[in-house]
Design a protein. Structure first.
Length: 264
């Protein structure tokens, strides 16, 4: 890694090299790219851990990467030098983490100033996305995905309900109390409650059952949540939105769920 540097006009340039220390030519091929731009370094991203954002490379108006190409082999003993242009982070961020498809993350790389100034009026809009945290609690089979501004709590239907039932088990009160406390602690005005099923059976059963289960969770949460300003949106999706393969028992179990989503 040579430099991560400001090059003007809210542009950040990463300069790096890949050295082949083997005795044979190394075919880089699409190792640093993505399916849309395989012969480029579009797979390299920058993480702003302070804002919990991932910065993707700038694209040009034709959809191509604003970066140097990575096609061809790297001969033995030689280095392929590359550059990629990204959106700058907010003022005050003085380092970022670099992720690549081929190496461990490069942590806390400092941002420097370059004398170079780069202009390209044909760039697409900056691409900056949330960093999503995913975690699971094996004890009560709950999970969660979390970004900088939203939380989605995944509740296992196998824990909440009996088979083909939309009546909550008596053992779920503690889980739902914890969810209600999180909603009360958040700034959310709207809470989305979504029921999901696996692909066992057919949608004439799965679709209404998934909605009935979402309604049961909403009914319990509305009693537990103390914030009077919160409203609930309820939806049943049947098997249309799996988060795991329905080819295994474990995957089908993960897909049988009720998700509760709200802003932090």
């Amino acid at each position: 890694m040579y430099a991560l540097e400001n090059v003007g006009d809210e542009l950040l340039r990463l300069r790096l090299g890949a050295t082949n220390n083997s005795e044979r030519s190394f075919p880089l091929n699409s190792g640093l790219g993505d399916p849309d731009n395989p012969q480029s370094a579009t797979g390299i991203t920058l993480l702003d851990m302070e804002s919990r954002k991932r910065h993707l490379n700038f694209q040009q108006s034709d959809g191509s990467c604003f970066c140097s190409p990575t096609s061809g082999n790297i001969p033995s003993g030689e280095t392929l030098e590359m550059w990629i242009i990204y959106p700058q982070p907010p003022a005050g961020v003085d380092s970022m983490t670099i992720t690549t498809p081929l190496t461990p993350p490069l942590l806390d790389v400092p941002i420097s100033e370059s004398a170079d100034r780069i202009e390209n009026p044909g760039l697409s809009e900056p691409r900056i996305i949330d960093i999503i945290n995913i975690s699971d609690n094996l004890e009560d089979q709950t999970g969660r995905t979390e970004s900088s501004d939203e939380v989605s709590i995944l509740l296992s239907s196998d824990v909440l309900f009996g088979t083909n039932s939309a009546e909550l088990n008596s053992t779920t009160e503690e889980i739902l109390q914890q969810v209600a406390r999180e909603i009360d602690d958040a700034d959310a005005d709207v809470v989305s409650v979504d029921g999901h099923a696996d692909n066992t059976g057919n949608e004439t059963v799965n679709l209404p059952l998934s909605r009935e289960r979402a309604e049961a969770v909403e009914s319990a949460l509305s009693e537990l949540v103390t914030n009077d300003g919160v409203t609930f949106d309820i939806e049943g999706h049947g098997s249309s939105d799996p988060i795991a393969s329905n080819e295994t028992d474990e995957g089908r179990e993960r897909n049988r769920r009720v998700s509760v989503t709200f802003e932090k």
